[in-house]
Ligand binder design. Structure first.
Ligand SMILES: *[C@@H]1O[C@H](CO)[C@@H](O)[C@H](O)[C@H]1NC(C)=O
Ligand SMILES: *[C@@H]1O[C@H](CO)[C@@H](O)[C@H](O)[C@H]1NC(C)=O
Length: 403
């Protein structure tokens, strides 16, 4: 335990320095290098010839749900990351209690590092152990796979009562609660076939990353849990989310400034707040959100469907190339207070504005303000389609407003 704390501090100090270096560059968009997984069958996990398996049990972890395995996990990670041959961390079946820790690179292995979790990784509940703000922090890595079918249990219940009022009470000194899986400065990352349960804060937080795939995820928290976004993305380029199921208390997916080229496909969302972009336009010099495609998704029991939250009276021109297509919103819930404000760019869907609401619960307070969407390809006007909704229009309407 004592050793665990000391090693933790070493790593933390190093990273604090790294953070300062990056800080001045914070607004620079990450640059995507080559996508090493492009065209590969990423669903398949194959051991590389001679790959070393570092089982956390060989480093002292105990699968009893009580023993603090942080040191064992750190040692298994270090052995893996510093290996000269291909290597992976294996977390076998069982319950492994782990406090806040870094999976920090850069690594020296010849190929991507794999963390294969088959069992359940359980967070400690003492929030004072999370001084760096997150739980499992994957940082400065080039090539990482987090796979294995296992579960990350954030044990968030105790901390939810402390963050409950953060959204309504903006002046309060609320600190964002730790995300369960934090990817920062990761190039070429895959999170696949993983479950997260009851995070303290976000389930997954992706920032300053490039070429990230998030697939076959099952993220679960009560619909009443505060600020438990499923996947929160900022300052990242080329992110693909697919075939996942998110039931949570806040946005299923939220994207804020500096996000470029995100595809969300075959996501089932709900309960939750839906899929959201923003809030945008709050600060000057904010990086725009560009190239978001949401396709073939189902939103069930979400308080909002798709929303772009913006501050219309402040700064503008921040969200471009956004398309929503083939979205099913089962209509048990009323859709209300959705604003599409200052949306301009091109669309790949001939029906750029598609607002079809339930007969039983018509949509309310849908605002379309300054919509300027042109169909990509042949320069054709795009269309609008509405049912059971009377949008409030303002500014430009391209496509023309619903009749
Ligand atoms: C967007 O990201 C995908 C991978 O998620 C990639 O295949 C594609 O080339 C990217 N598009 C652009 C314009 O960079
Ligand atoms: C949407 O996803 C379902 C499976 O969830 C699939 O069967 C269907 O072909 C997809 N539709 C489109 C238009 O991609």
């Amino acid at each position: 335990m004592v050793i665990a704390k000391r090693v933790g501090v070493d790593v933390i100090l190093w990273l604090v320095v790294a953070c300062f270096v990056v800080e001045g560059n914070e607004r620079a968009r990450p640059i995507a290098g080559p996508d090493i997984y492009e065209g590969r069958n990423v669903a398949k996990d194959v051991l590389a010839p001679g790959e070393i398996i570092n089982n956390v049990m060989s480093f002292g972890a105990k699968p009893d749900g009580k023993f603090d395995c942080t040191q064992a996990f750190m040692d298994a990670w270090r052995a893996t990351c510093k290996s000269k041959v291909q290597a992976r961390v294996l977390v076998p079946l069982g319950r492994f209690v782990v406090s806040a820790m870094y999976f920090a690179g850069p690594c020296t292995t010849p190929g991507p590092v794999t963390v294969q979790v088959e069992g359940t990784v359980v967070a400690t509940t003492d929030i004072s152990e999370y001084v760096d703000g997150e739980w499992l922090m994957f940082q400065d890595l080039s090539g990482i796979k987090l796979i294995g079918g296992g579960t990350f249990d954030g044990q968030g219940k105790d901390s939810w009562s402390q963050t409950e009022n953060c959204e309504t009470d903006s002046d309060s000194a609320c600190v964002r609660a730790p995300s369960s899986i934090f990817f920062s400065r990761v190039n070429n990352g895959i999170i696949q076939n993983i479950k997260t349960l009851n995070p303290k804060g976000f389930h997954i937080f992706v920032t300053n990353c490039a070429n990230i795939r998030l697939r076959l995820l099952k993220l679960t928290a009560p619909g009443t849990s505060p600020n438990t976004d499923g996947i929160h993305i900022s300052h990242s380029i080329n992110v693909k989310i697919s075939k996942s199921n998110i039931e949570t208390g806040d946005d299923c997916v939220s994207m804020i400034q500096g996000v470029n080229n995100v595809t969300i496909k075959r996501l089932k969302c709900g309960p939750g707040h839906g899929i959201s972009i923003g809030s945008l336009g709050k600060y000057q010099d904010e990086l725009e959100v560009r190239g978001i495609r949401v396709e073939n998704c189902t939103l069930v029991g979400t308080t909002n469907g798709l929303r772009i939250k913006s501050w219309p009276e402040k700064y503008s021109g921040l969200a471009t190339d956004i398309s929503y297509s083939d979205i099913t919103m089962p209509s048990l819930v009323k859709i209300a207070n959705v604003g599409f404000i200052n949306v301009k760019g091109t669309t790949i869907s001939p029906i750029a504005v598609d607002l079809r609401c339930s007969k039983q619960f018509p949509c309310e307070n849908i605002q379309l303000h300054n919509i300027d969407l042109k169909l990509l390809g042949p320069i054709l006007p795009s269309g609008a389609r509405c049912a059971n909704v009377k949008p409030v229009y303002g500014g430009i309407q391209m496509p023309p407003a619903c009749p």
